[in-house]
Design a protein around this ligand. Structure first.
Ligand code: ZN
Length: 286
């Protein structure tokens, strides 16, 4: 009741003052929003080294509570093995977020497999995830960002509309060429790489920086674009204290990534941004 009265009062003030009445999240009227995609490579802990699922059991609840707090709809790229071992978690994620595919296993680079092996794994993972969540799976990211041109054709044949592996040369979304996934062409699938800031926008690469600094870098790099897209990559196990044996990884596992992400959401809360899933980015570029 109080909230409704406050809103009506604000609306009245805005109308009387002749100001715009649109429901902008901030920024100048008419300015297109900055589109921000929060993406989570949802796999077992620190692959291929660990066989545990602490990230799924402990990390995901922390992360989804933070996403809920800021009304962020994210894209979770889920391995078939996570879906097998934690089906209830994946079903719950699908209620509030987009569930994409992160291949069947997370053991080796996909380009090291034959065409037939890649095809079998993609088909199995896709069928498994679709049966679990009861909806088409249309977004994909390779384990270790290890795809190739064949994979683009396999994914397109399976009905995927986007592919989210990072690439070194630039990071703006594009449709790949049918004979080289690393150059623009006329395939239907849209590559939406993780932002380049100037390294990949994952916590691991930012431990001396922050997601806020990375966001500003990515936005500035797209100054001449009509559509500005910032893609951030995360892993569930980064939200748990981990002893990986790697000092670099241990530094970003636990509170560091959580705090850095919370700081970003707070920073963006009064800016003209719109959080989007991969399926929604495909709509933007269609
Ligand atoms: Zn991964």
């Amino acid at each position: 009741m109080g909230l409704r009265r406050t809103c009506m009062t604000l609306l009245l003030i805005v109308v009387v003052a002749g100001a715009p009445t649109g429901c902008l999240l901030g920024g100048d009227e008419g300015e297109p929003p900055i589109y921000v995609a929060i993406t989570i490579d949802t796999e077992r802990d620190y692959p291929p080294y660990f066989d545990t699922y602490r990230g799924i059991d402990e990390g995901i609840p922390r992360l989804t509570a933070l996403l809920d707090e800021y009304g962020v709809r994210a894209t979770f790229f889920v391995t078939g093995m996570v879906a097998l071992h934690r089906p209830d978690v994946v079903r719950d994620l699908a209620l509030s977020h987009e569930v994409g595919c992160h291949s069947l296993y997370h053991n080796e680079a996909l380009y090291s497999l034959s065409y037939e092996e890649k095809e079998e794994r993609m088909a199995a993972a896709t069928q498994f995830l679709e049966a679990l969540v009861g909806a088409p799976i249309v977004s994909f990211r390779s384990p270790y960002h290890s795809g190739d041109t064949d994979l683009m054709h396999i994914l397109e044949d399976l009905g995927y509309t986007s592919e989210g592996s990072a690439r070194k040369a630039g990071s703006y979304p594009y449709h790949p060429a049918s004979d080289d996934w690393n150059v623009p062409g006329d395939m239907d699938i849209l590559r939406i790489p993780v932002s380049n800031v100037p390294s990949y926008c994952y916590s691991f690469f930012l431990y001396d920086s922050s997601f806020v600094a990375a966001y500003e870098y990515a936005v500035a790099a797209q100054e001449t674009r009509d559509i500005t897209v910032v893609v951030i990559g995360l892993h569930p196990w980064e939200f748990c204290e981990m002893e990986t044996g790697s000092e670099q990884w241990d530094r970003i596992c636990g509170d560091v990534t959580y705090t850095m992400l919370a700081d970003l959401f707070a920073y963006l809360s009064n800016k003209n941004v719109r959080y989007v899933t991969y399926a929604e980015i495909v709509e933007l570029f269609s």
